[in-house]
Design a protein around this ligand. Structure first.
Ligand code: PLZ
Length: 446
């Protein structure tokens, strides 16, 4: 059984038995403040003891419905028995060799699975790394080597990471970029994302605008165009119909490598294995991370073999790239993703969330939009003139936390609550969490 069956114990959530955060979490948090750099923020300062499917249990015994999945990572839950078992077995055999020193089979099997399933009817190769930002950086390196060009085109509201290059590719100034410059702004160029709610552009006009930016900089200066098939940190912005396919066409017309960053939206999250499938816009290179390792750090660049093999031997790597324990975890995640029950469950999750959130757009003035796909859905809060309401948004999210539901905010303006339950979450449990969210919205809007 790969798909985790409903379990009465897991459904015993939420259960809030102390104030939030509880006394033990507060003690630990005080210790943290003396030990950990203040550069790390925290959404909900409770310390987790263990997970049961889509439920997180804290050190004070509070049980939270997890609508965050550690930012779209624990799609199979944070303690899937198969993942735990394969990790334990591999750790007892060997934890590391460095794939550049001696090889192991699981690295090859992970690459084969991705090559077979990543969109694009062409021969593929895969390179494994550890983090999402590393996958993005390496995609740019590979595209540069293949094209011999320097530039990277990205979109408004994009998020691609916190490393020096990916920070420049990320759009939002605070907290990601402020004070960390200078940024390599001479190679990173930004164009419109055709934001359906806010840009006022239709697909055709948005594509013409991207083409204009390309022309202004000289299309032959760009190695890669990097896009998210649904923007995650930017606010769960779903591309307008035809936009992604149009971008792919523009890139290919100019010999620019089209890179699809599926790090947040990929691997079943949107109800298809890859989010770009909804738009018929396969990447020349496709990036995965997050859900790939079921919580273990592993990322991948998968794409056209002629592009992937343009790199000289020794040009790609990293000490921990495709670590064997993380590869075993990925193989366990693949079993769950290959079980048709999993994507069927995502469709059920989408249905219970949409049933509850969609009507709010008409019922509640401050609800500006409900959007997303599958188990990647969001609700945006704004005034009638679309002025963002970030304080109201945080207050609603905090009210959910106090009631035992772990929600996250997102978006360029911080005025979006995003829902990212594990793909294996019981729809009844997600429904219960969303009912609590709806009650919090109604109370805050009243
Ligand atoms: N590309 C599309 O969503 C990571 C960021 C959390 P790393 N998103 C969560 C935070 O505040 O640091 C992400 C993403 C997309 C790339 C990344 C980067 O992945 O594994 O965090 O490096």
């Amino acid at each position: 059984m790969t798909f985790a069956p409903p379990d009465a114990a897991r459904l015993a959530a939420p259960s809030v038995v102390t104030e939030i955060p509880g006394p033990r979490s507060r003690e630990l948090h005080a210790e943290r403040e003396n030990a950990v750099s203040s550069g790390f923020g925290t959404v909900l300062p409770v310390f987790v003891d263990h997970a049961e499917g889509a439920v997180l249990v804290d050190v004070d015994g509070n049980r939270f419905i997890d609508l965050a999945s550690g930012i779209a990572v624990t799609s199979v839950g944070a303690a899937h028995p198969r993942v735990a078992e394969r990790i334990a077995r591999q750790a007892a055999r060997f934890t590391h060799t460095c794939f550049m020193v001696t090889e192991y089979e699981s690295f090859v099997r992970v690459a084969e699975w991705l090559n077979a399933r990543v969109p694009g009817e062409w021969d593929k190769r895969t390179a494994l790394f550890s983090t999402g930002a590393e996958a993005v950086e390496n995609a740019v390196k590979i595209a540069r080597k293949h094209t011999g060009r320097p530039g990277v085109l990205v979109l408004d509201e994009a998020y691609h990471g916190r490393s020096l290059l990916t920070m420049a590719m990320t759009a939002k100034e605070h907290p990601y970029r402020s004070g960390f410059g200078p940024l390599p702004d001479d190679v990173v160029v930004r164009a419109t994302n055709g934001n359906a709610l806010r840009s006022g552009l239709d697909t055709e006009t948005a594509l013409a605008e991207v083409a204009r930016v390309l022309e202004a900089h000289g299309p032959e200066s760009f190695a890669a165009l990097v896009v998210e098939p649904i923007q995650g940190e930017g606010g769960f912005n779903v591309p307008q119909p035809g936009f992604l396919a149009g971008l792919a066409g523009l890139a290919r017309a100019h010999g620019i490598v089209f890179v699809v960053d599926e790090i947040q939206a990929g691997l079943g999250r949107t109800g298809r294995l890859f989010a770009s499938e909804h738009d018929g816009a396969a990447g020349d290179l496709t990036l995965t991370a997050k859900a790939l390792g079921g919580g273990m750090p592993i990322s991948a660049v998968t794409g056209r073999s002629d592009i992937m093999d343009a790199v000289h031997t020794g040009g790609l790597g990293g000490t921990y790239a495709g670590n064997p324990v993380a590869c075993e975890a990925a193989l366990a995640v693949f079993d769950v993703l290959d079980d048709p029950e999993t994507l069927q469950n995502v469709a059920r999750i989408e249905q219970v969330v949409r049933e509850r959130l969609d009507p709010l757009v008409d019922e509640i003035d401050v609800v500006a939009d409900v959007r997303g796909r599958g188990a990647m859905l969001a609700i945006e809060f704004a005034d009638a003139d679309l002025s963002p309401l970030p304080e109201l948004t945080s207050a609603i999210s905090r009210a959910c936390h106090s009631s035992g539901v772990l929600t996250l905010t997102t978006g360029t303006h911080g005025n979006v609550i995003r829902l990212l339950p594990p793909l294996i979450a019981e729809p009844e449990l997600v429904a219960r969490g969303v009912d609590i969210l709806v009650a919090a919205i109604k109370e805050a809007a009243a």
